[in-house]
Design a protein around this ligand. Structure first.
Ligand code: ZN
Ligand code: ZN
Length: 279
């Protein structure tokens, strides 16, 4: 089957390579559609400690949009189509009007909703994760997971996004702070899946979990199987932050999707149209 990748980053936020380089790699690898989904700059005080207070990607956001529109136009008569996407780091309901405004102005082909923050603490960098664990208490990792999925449900229920990004990202430091024995992440993720189904969102298989050493994708096989039983559509995103991971583990992700019962994935076209592709 043709390959697709709807979740990638560039030098316009914290990636290593330019959009042009990412596209050239996708062309070389015969990817049918490459979506570049840069992070919408986060305003206010939602910062990772490593950002030193600077708003990542804000000063070049307009340039990103202009460049991507041109690259998308250029790709229309090429093998590899380029789409303009956006990953929104959901930081709570108080920011909904900001997201709405930005999504309207951006005229994106599709949007990814993701949760990287619980309260004002980003958790996917180790130093920030430690702060979060300290806040909840080392013996309350369940509380951390519950807070994450509660935020995830709000993100989904906002109705603003097309793709549900890395649904169980909260497992990122599970080797360091595991859930207590007998507690199943599938149960904790249940409400998020129900919300997804209701909202008609598409869930991505995000293969960055392997790059982070987790030995599995986001979401886990169990969650993916449950999503399939519930009739939640899926798509694919590598979450590549450099040319090295464009389309990474696409075949493995499709094998896993088939294994749990999927027969097709959803792909996006320019203007946001969705199509099903057999796997
Ligand atoms: Zn993300
Ligand atoms: Zn991402």
């Amino acid at each position: 089957m043709k390959k697709f990748d709807f979740h990638t980053h560039t030098t316009y936020s914290h990636g290593d390579d330019s959009p042009e380089k990412m596209i050239a790699t996708a062309q070389k690898e015969g990817i049918a559609t490459l979506g570049i989904s840069e992070h919408l700059p986060r305003l206010t005080n939602f910062r990772y400690s490593g950002e030193n207070g600077k708003i990542r990607g804000l000063s070049t956001w307009g340039e990103y949009l202009m460049k991507m529109r041109k690259l998308r136009d250029d790709s229309r008569n090429q093998q590899t189509k380029v789409l303009l996407g956006c990953e929104v780091d959901w930081v709570g309901e108080t920011h909904v009007s900001y997201y709405q405004e930005q999504l309207r102005e951006g005229e994106f082909d599709y949007t990814i909703g993701s949760v990287h923050f619980i309260g004002e603490i980003g958790f996917d960098y180790e130093a920030d994760w430690e702060k979060l664990v300290e806040k909840f208490g080392k013996d309350n990792i369940i509380g951390v997971y519950e807070a994450y999925f509660a935020e995830y449900v709000k993100m989904v229920e906002s109705g603003l996004f097309d793709i549900a990004g890395h649904l169980d990202l909260i497992k990122i430091f599970r080797d360091k702070n595991p859930l207590p024995a007998g507690v199943d992440i599938l149960k904790l993720a249940d409400k998020a899946l129900i919300a997804l189904k209701k909202a008609g969102m598409v869930m991505e298989i995000n293969t960055a979990g392997f790059a982070k050493g987790l030995g599995e994708f986001y979401p886990s096989e169990d969650i993916l199987r449950k999503a399939c039983e519930m009739g939640i559509p899926i798509t694919f995103g590598s979450d590549a932050h450099s040319v090295k991971r464009v389309g990474d583990k696409f075949e493995e992700a499709m094998d896993l999707a088939k294994k749990v019962g999927y027969t097709e994935i959803t792909v996006f076209r320019e203007g946001g149209k969705r199509e099903s592709v057999k796997i």
